[in-house]
Every structure is written in C-alpha cells, then in structure tokens.
Design a protein around this ligand. Structure first.
Ligand SMILES: C[S@@+](CC[C@H](N)C(=O)[O-])C[C@H]1O[C@@H](n2cnc3c(N)ncnc32)[C@H](O)[C@@H]1O
Length: 435
C-alpha cells in the first residue's frame, strides 16, 4: 500500500511547530485564532501543544540535555520545535497518547528539507524519552523558571509565592472581562463568576471571544482582574480631562471613559491605535485618540489626571505569555526602567498642578515598580505619593503596601469560590504639587 502523503494530524503539527519556532526565535506567543485554524478542536489541540511546550520549557531543556548526547543539531530547520512539541506531548500530555508524538514528529521533520536528514535522530531521541518518561515527566517544578529569575523572584516575593507562580504558569490564565455595567443576567448568560468590582471570570470557554454573549453589543471587554485596578485609582471629577498614556489596545481607556472622564488615549504604535479605535467603537465609547510619543508629547492644555501604563518587560503576564520568562534579560529590565523614567518625567509636565498621575506596569520586577517610586521621590520633586487606601482595592486589599503603593502578583489569594490566579502588576499614585 502506498504511504499516505499527508497523514492525519501532520498539517496541524507543522503549524504548531512553526508557531513554537517563531517564539523560540524571539517572537511573542499568540494563540491560534479561529481565522488561522477554523476547526475548534484542532485549534484547541494546537494551542495546547504549543502552550505546554512553552510552559514546560525549563523541564524540556533539562530533558533535551539528557537525551541529546551532542546537544541540539545546528542549522536544523524545525527540528528543535518539533522535538519540543513531541516531548511536551510524551511527558506532559499523556491523554494525547505516545504514538502520535513519535510518528508525527518523524513525519514533520521529513517534511522539512532543512531537518529531513535528522528523522532518524528524532526517532531515536523520542524512543529514549519514552523509555525514560516516568522519570522525565516527574522533573521538579523548580525547573519551570530560569534559575536567575527564580532567585530574583524568591528574594522579592518569598519561596511560597514563587511556588504559586509556578502553579499559575502551568494552569494558564482564565478569561477575565470588565463589564460596562453590573448586570446579573449578563453574568449568567456568560457563565461567568463575579470577581468583585466590575470584573467577572470565565474559567473555561469553548468559543472565541467574539462569539461570547454580549460581544457585539459591546457590553464588556477582555481585561485581566489585575489590569483593571490602575484605572479605578484615577480619582478625578466627572468630566475631568484625563489622558491615557500608552493606551492601546484600550482596556484602561475604556474604563476611564466608562467612569465619565473626557479621555485622550495616546499611543506611539499606529497599528495598535487602530485596534484601540475599533475597540472603543465596539463599546460605543468616545475618546480623543492620538498617535505620539509619550516621552515628548505636549497637550494643548494640561490634563487633570494621567494614567501611565508604561511599556515594561511584561513578566507579570507569564500565564498567557510563558515566553517572557525565558526572553527577558537584565538588560531589558534596565532599558525598560530607563524609558519608564522618561515617560514619568514627561507626564508630570503634562499635568495640571494638583493633578493625579497613576503609574502602572504589568511587570513583576521591582526595578520597574517599587524602585521607580524611590526614583520619583529623588528626581521628580513636583510629585508626591498619593497613597491608595485599602477600601479602594476591594478583595485585592492584601496587595496594598505600607507606603500606599500596590503590588499585585499571581501568588495572591482569590475570593472564595474563584479558581485560578491573576497577572502581576505594580501601581503607584502621585499628585502634582500646587493647585
Ligand atoms: C502595556 S501596553 C498598554 C496596554 C493598554 N494601556 C491597555 O490597558 O489596553 C503598552 C503600550 O505602550 C505603547 N508605547 C510604547 N512606547 C511608547 C511611547 N514612547 N509612547 C507612547 N506609547 C508607547 C505600546 O505601543 C503599547 O501599546
């Protein structure tokens, strides 16, 4: 019988390998969308393979070290990505069965002219992995984080919290929505759990976001519970002129409009600004939108308040972007911290005396959060810290620090009955002196 040219599952495996390879090469991970893989079961499978390979990256590194006597072959096309996917399946997704992990891996490298010559090696390595799977699948969770990052986080958050971070990494992120208005019928129709304030959580979903109840009517937007905190801390009068610096794709802009402010959303990335505009339009929200550099932007007249959601290393988003754990270097942290200082300094100059500045980052690195508050105290003398009160944080009150800044991290307890965890975020609120 002639061999089937395209065995079932091969096309999907090749797509998954391509996606993983791009992330290994430095790209951000984005799950497959319905436009990319129409069949929902195929899409779920491809996303599960890639996310497992990314979440288990550290353990797979150790397994690769053991299994490949001479290390990864150089200039080998998709070999590494295919191997990592198959190890993820063999070791950590036993429900998918071992046979397809081996068979499809060999077929996938045969389909790649740059890796074809390594089909025998792929087969041998995976057979070895299979023979040692009991031990390799039990590699410790301490390997989930690079040692240097793990040590830094243990120093900042303590061992017990970092263990919770590892659990959060493996569990991934549920879908949190911010509701335009409290509405128990909407919450029920979404099958969501209220998480306090205006956030609800959908623990598991079988449909793309666009197919969820109320999307077309613009009754909610996607926003992690932690990301919804900073905009709530902009306390200004109704109708006040509030700027959202670094606004796209607009989750916080939407909150500010919903709170009744006259909002200007500023972002330097034209494509992302397009998404911001589309998102606001779906929600039926009006805001002034500008493309510009928040480090040098000058408004026609100063704002009453500014929310600065500064670009950062985004290590707090590791549940959705496991790659940040492996991609970010000390240099990245230092570079981001430097940019954040420029943005803070310019924001002060765009504020009315007495105006409020809320600074936030979705980073877990103290250099981008706690240490920036110390830098402001030393260098931006026209700002004073305006402490956040526990009542403003609701169930997230344990995130309040003694100085009135807010450190949210994925080790924090959730309200009773709510599953999962939240992103990492740091928030500090300042006031411009005078006025
Ligand atoms: C963390 S994201 C913002 C998320 C957004 N605030 C939200 O809640 O949906 C950071 C944004 O900063 C923008 N950005 C980066 N550097 C900037 C700069 N110098 N000036 C203005 N925007 C900038 C990026 O284009 C990106 O959209």
């Amino acid at each position: 019988m002639p061999k089937e040219k395209n065995p079932p599952g091969l096309k999907l495996r090749l797509l998954a390998a391509e996606r993983l390879r791009a992330v290994l090469g430095g790209n951000n991970f984005a799950p497959f969308s319905a436009a990319e893989i129409a069949d929902s079961r195929d899409r779920a499978l491809a996303n599960r393979l890639v996310t497992t390979a990314l979440r288990r990256h550290g353990q797979i590194d150790v397994a690769l070290g053991e299994l490949l006597d001479r290390g990864l072959p150089k200039k080998a096309g998709s070999f590494e990505a295919v191997l990592r996917l198959s190890l993820a399946q063999l070791l950590f997704l036993p429900d998918l069965g071992a046979h397809s992990a081996l068979f499809l891996a060999v077929e996938a490298v045969k389909a790649d002219p740059k890796a074809r010559h390594l089909a025998g090696l792929m087969n041998a390595v995976l057979r070895r992995a299979q023979a040692n799977s009991a031990r390799l699948s039990g590699l410790g969770d301490d390997l989930l984080l690079p040692p240097a990052l793990r040590a830094r986080w243990v120093e900042a958050y303590g061992e017990a919290n970092v263990e919770r971070f590892a659990t959060a990494l493996l569990e991934g992120a549920p879908l949190d929505l911010t509701l335009k208005a409290e509405d128990s019928e909407l919450i029920e129709a979404l099958g969501a759990t209220p998480l306090g304030l205006d956030t609800v959580r959908i623990a598991s979903r079988d449909r793309p976001v666009e197919a969820l109840f109320g999307y077309d009517e613009g009754r909610w937007w996607v926003q992690d519970a932690a990301a919804a905190v900073p905009a709530r801390l902009v306390k200004a009068d109704t109708g006040a002129r509030v700027a959202d610096f670094c606004a796209a794709p607009g989750g916080k802009t939407a909150q500010l409009v919903n709170a009744g402010y006259a909002v200007t959303g500023l972002d330097s990335d034209a494509q992302r600004v397009e998404r911001l505009t589309e998102n606001l339009s779906r929600l039926g929200f009006a805001a002034e939108v500008a493309i510009g550099d928040a480090a040098s932007f000058r408004p026609a007249s100063p704002f009453d308040a500014i929310l600065l959601d500064a670009p950062c290393t985004a290590t707090g988003t590791f549940r959705r972007h496991p790659e940040v754990i492996w991609h970010r270097s000390d240099r990245d942290v230092a570079g981001r911290a430097q940019l954040q200082r420029q943005l803070l300094a310019n924001a002060v100059d765009c504020l009315n005396p007495g105006g409020v500045l809320v600074y936030c980052v979705c980073s877990l690195e103290p250099e981008e959060g706690e240490e920036q508050v110390a830098w402001v105290a030393e260098h931006l003398k026209s700002l004073e810290l305006l402490p956040v009160a526990a009542e403003e944080l609701g169930w997230l009150a344990p995130a309040l620090r003694p100085d009135g800044t807010v450190r949210i991290h994925p080790g924090l307890d959730l309200p009773e009955g709510v599953e999962g965890s939240i992103d990492g975020f740091f928030v500090a609120r300042f006031r411009r002196l005078g006025g």
